[in-house]
Ligand binder design. Structure first.
Ligand code: NAX
Length: 327
């Protein structure tokens, strides 16, 4: 029997949308045996551009792509969807306070969570890319009333950025770097954990042997990579963000290779002392189709300090959205 998934994509005519749809349609997200239907959501003013994207998708004649819907209505886009990729969001603009950013995105992600509960498939899952992605995901989860295990936000791009930085510093192939966990929030407080990351099976910190570089330049490079790309390209990361989203959903839907882990923001069940229900990035594995947080990783004083800082930021964001009445 052939599998088929309905994938709703919000912000589908944006930069990341343009880079991701062709890869989903070619089978890279769900594998070569799964047919896909795309249900694309945009703001009314972007429907014209979205129609152009649809024409290009048609012109690829992808064997696995069975249907494309373009709409500005959530209930149409989410109808029976198995996956909702929430890419559309309102980015922070100059002079905007964090609370304003959360408020304006709360206006998107609250209704999104409700529409997911009402219209999507009973097994549907939400994967949030649009920033601030952890808290947007939290707002949608709370608004939906659905089981918390169905909600994810993306630190996959940060994980991949960190892997490449370590590989280049150590002078090894990027495939040698494993267990690269981003802890916490997809923000400037994220902690890319070079102590628990491995190069050729050994601690990356030991292999690189330069903790001053790792604690300072490495972490800052990963945290500020998005800004560096904007400076160089004049536009924010798009193809790499789309690639991360493809890989992130793939990781959630396929068993993880032995000994490896991947980073994913999901609702804490109290692991590592993180408040239950916070959308926090942890080391994860999928075994026999079941997703779990890998427990038992240890932090030294430096790591624990970084961990606490990103946890504190997420607690503050949660408290702010509660105070604003967004959840
Ligand atoms: P674009 O501005 O190119 O595209 C966003 C699209 O979303 C636009 O076409 C807009 O019309 C649409 N949109 C806005 N509000 C919508 C709504 N309520 N319903 C449906 N569509 C809506 O941004 P793009 O470069 O594609 O980035 C999208 C989001 O990804 C941004 O929030 C950005 O901050 C975030 N990112 C997250 C990353 C991560 O690692 N989690 C990395 C890349 C990226 O910066």
């Amino acid at each position: 029997m052939t599998n088929r998934v309905k994938v709703a994509v919000t912000g589908a005519a944006g930069q990341i949308g343009y880079a991701i749809l062709f890869r989903i349609a070619s089978g890279q997200m769900f594998g070569p045996d799964t047919e896909v239907e795309l249900q694309l959501l945009e703001l009314p003013q972007a429907l014209g551009a979205l129609e152009g994207v649809k024409m290009e998708l048609d012109d690829c004649a992808f064997p696995l792509l069975k249907n494309i819907v373009c709409t500005d209505k959530m209930e149409v886009a989410f109808k029976d969807a198995n996956w909702i990729l929430a890419i559309g969001a309102v980015p922070r603009k100059d002079g905007m306070e964090r609370a304003d950013l959360l408020k304006v995105n709360g206006g998107i992600f609250g209704p999104l969570g409700k529409a997911m509960a009402e219209h999507s498939a009973p097994d549907s899952k939400l994967f949030v890319v649009g920033n601030p992605c952890n808290t947007n995901c939290y707002i949608a989860m709370e608004a939906s009333g659905l089981d918390k295990s169905r909600f994810f936000a993306m630190t996959t791009l940060d994980e991949k950025r960190a892997k490449t930085q370590l590989a280049q510093k150590a002078g090894v192939d990027v495939t040698e770097v494993t267990n690269m966990t981003i802890w916490g929030n997809h923000s400037a407080t994220q902690y890319p954990d070079f102590y628990n990351a491995k190069i050729g099976g050994k601690s990356a910190a030991e292999v690189i042997g330069d903790e001053t570089y790792l604690k300072d330049e490495f972490i800052t490079t990963v945290q500020k990579r998005g800004a560096a790309i904007i400076k160089a390209r004049g536009a924010s990361s798009a193809a790499s963000a789309a690639n991360a989203c493809v890989n992130g959903v793939y990781a959630l839907t396929h068993d993880t290779p032995a000994g490896e882990t991947f980073s994913m923001c999901l609702a804490s069940k109290g692991e590592y002392g993180v408040d239950e229900g916070l959308i926090f990035s942890f080391p994860c594995r999928v075994e026999n189709g079941e997703l779990k947080v890998v427990e038992g990783q240890e932090h030294n004083e430096f790591g624990q300090e970084k961990f606490n800082a990103t946890l504190e930021e997420l607690r503050t964001e949660r408290n702010t959205v509660k105070e604003l009445g967004l959840v």
